[in-house]
Design a protein around this ligand. Sequence first.
Ligand code: DP6
Length: 331
Amino acid sequence: MGKYAKVIATPNIAVIKYWGKRNEKLMLPTNSSLSFTMDETLKTQTEIQFDAALKEDSLILDGTRLAGKEFEGVAKVLAYVREKYGQTPKAKITSKNHFPTAAGLASSASGYAALAVSINAALKLDLDGSELSIIARLGSGSASRSVYGGFVEWQKGSKQDGSDSIAVQIANENHWPKLRNVIAIVDQEKKKVSSRAGMAETVATSKLFKERLEFMDQRVEKMKKHVLDRDFESFANLAMLDSDNMHACMADTTPRIVYLNDVSRKIMTNVRSLNDKETICGYTFDAGPNAHLYTLEKNVPAIQKMLSKIAGVREILVCKVGNGPRILEKG
Ligand code: DP6
């Protein structure tokens, strides 16, 4: 077939959050972040074919051809690859998200990680993880972390060209085999503010966000230590603190941004009661109301029981830490 690849990539869920850019074009963040890449419970499968017979680049996502704004990220990624690694034929990309329907879980991280890895495999560029993370980042910041499995840091970097704003694997998927993410899919209306627009407004207007940035380097280092020590209690409490702090910055934004709803807040309250005697669970929420409850394998049934009693929790998924993108075919 020539210049072809089929790849699977999975989302990651941050425990120290990325919220804010210092450069919108290059997608450079205001702070470093840390996440676990999830197993294939949720995944994006992408096929790419570069072919001289094609007249233009195209992306079909879940059966629909994307154009205009929705195609911008892919166009940016392809332009970067062509500028850096030489002209290539046009590309036909077909991508499928295996996510529960209307779950409101972000698929951009797995999507752009799959795109970066598939381009590398199809064009036989032999790029390392740092460069793959840069390519994925140009589509969506959080995607930079999904090019690796395990526990991953997206280092904010300091260079203006973004060449040191890369993902680094801190520990692989075998480091903490008992760790689980219990995801509660919560009833919701369509997301009102995209994370891209929301974080730009936070950077521009929130005083609390300026204060957040003062703590982030320290917070990242603490979290790395807790994970490397497999210190669940400290890990879970710091994850909750950082999620709460990010959502407080959203609330401090003008106009105010609110992604959590009453169901999310009920889950938070119940987690606090579950943790009354011993910390068995740490919640984190992205730009939406779904809850990600990090816990240890032995406590999964207690968390599932707690969630199943909450009206408005539509589905419960249990994810392990995953091993990152997988190339299924290339040629
Ligand atoms: C709240 O990566 O979706 O999930 O870079 O603008 O595409 P863009 O934003 P995106 O931001 C997601 C931020 C978050 C927290 C996180 O994953 O760290």
